[in-house]
Design a protein around this ligand. Sequence first.
Ligand code: BTN
Length: 288
Amino acid sequence: MRDNCVIRTNGYAIHTRMTQSTPLNVEAIRRHMGDVAARVELSLLQQCASTNASLLEQGTTRDTLSVLVCEEQTAGRGRRGRNWISSGTRSLTFSLGWRCMLEPAKVSGLSLVAGLAVAEALADLGMTGVRLKWPNDVLFRGGKLAGILVDMQSNADAGLDVIIGIGLNVELPDLSGLETPETDQDSLAPAALSQGLAQPDRNLVLAAILSKLIHLLDEFAREGFAPFSDRWAARHAWAGHFVQVRMDGMAPIHGNCLAVDSDGALLVDTGRGVQRVLGGDVSLREVN
Ligand code: BTN
């Protein structure tokens, strides 16, 4: 059954057709998660401003991972200060809070690990062809399937509260009625899970991503990014593509995208040498 509706968020309005997808359900998610469910405190809200903002305010605890999933965000946040617009039950919108005891300098690969977890979890569910755009966009057929925002703040334990927020399109948003010209998110068309999986079950997909993410975070905490660099490169959507990299306060870099190194830095061949691009407020665009 479908109804027309308008989702309003931060001054934008998306006219969309709502699908009656399976409602999110804490018990179902926990059941699908298997053993790792015992390590997670999972909360589900019908509406909140931003799952990242809520978990940042709550802070993390040493022994438990907190997950907040929300059917609708009213002030979703994207990378580089942008809004993140999700389409209610046609999306999956959630954040995981993790108490990380690594020094800030060692956490640069973390957002790449989060993207890899999404791609590998979807592959385990049978969705082939999910790729990664540095640092952490998840692509399908060249479009943006999921965006990831990692927030960090120091905590009283001398570690970091790390909040990994993931917004995933389950079905394609209908952007035709968008009331502002800024229809794109990072200049990529949207892609959706329903293009690669028949009748995706949001509870199952969320559980698969959370389990994978938790396992990869355990490995990342022990060994850093190095063991992931080949796995990430195997899914690198723009390997060999000519790109422009923009970093705040610096002249843009142009060159061929190579791989990522053992810290998760993107390697770009500028023709005059290989430049390392490490996290921060970086925008990456393909140049034709
Ligand atoms: C991007 O700009 O690509 C990152 C988008 C991240 C969106 C997710 S949705 C869940 C979490 N809560 C937020 O406010 N943002 C992230």
